[in-house]
Ligand binder design. Sequence first.
Ligand code: FES
Ligand code: FES
Length: 158
Amino acid sequence: MSEQIELFVNNREHFISVDAGDMVIDVLRDRLGLKGAKIGCDRGVCGACTILINGDPTAACSTFAWRADGARIVTIEGLAGEDGALDPVQQAFHDAGALQCGYCTPGMILLAKSLLDRNPTPGRAEITDWMGANICRCTGYKMIIDAVEIAAGREAGI
Ligand code: FES
Ligand code: FES
């Protein structure tokens, strides 16, 4: 049995009919055409599908769409400005060369953003701990941590 839910994705309102077993990742990728969130493990472990739901980093592969009814969702597509200017965290990943194959990058950037939204100036240890929630199969962790540190440093005016 399907039901209609309301989602605010990247500040746009959508009314979508979903089945009980539909996951948020299915809605984003297959219904809304937002392919930035990736599917890796498909079981809530790797973080490739990380999005922000009401500000919290969330595994879209493991969240039922009906549970997100009324939620505000941010995906990687929603970060750049309308003029194409990169979000500061995206810019820092670019500047640090913090991607190899790029598969984990959307999830890493949103995970980093959720940290900086909570604490704009975390230290390296806190960054490392927070970013440990997601897996980079290319193991480019040092550059990823560097990128978040750069973003935090710019936030602090360093
Ligand atoms: S694909 Fe969702 S956590 Fe791995
Ligand atoms: S850059 Fe390839 S998985 Fe992280």
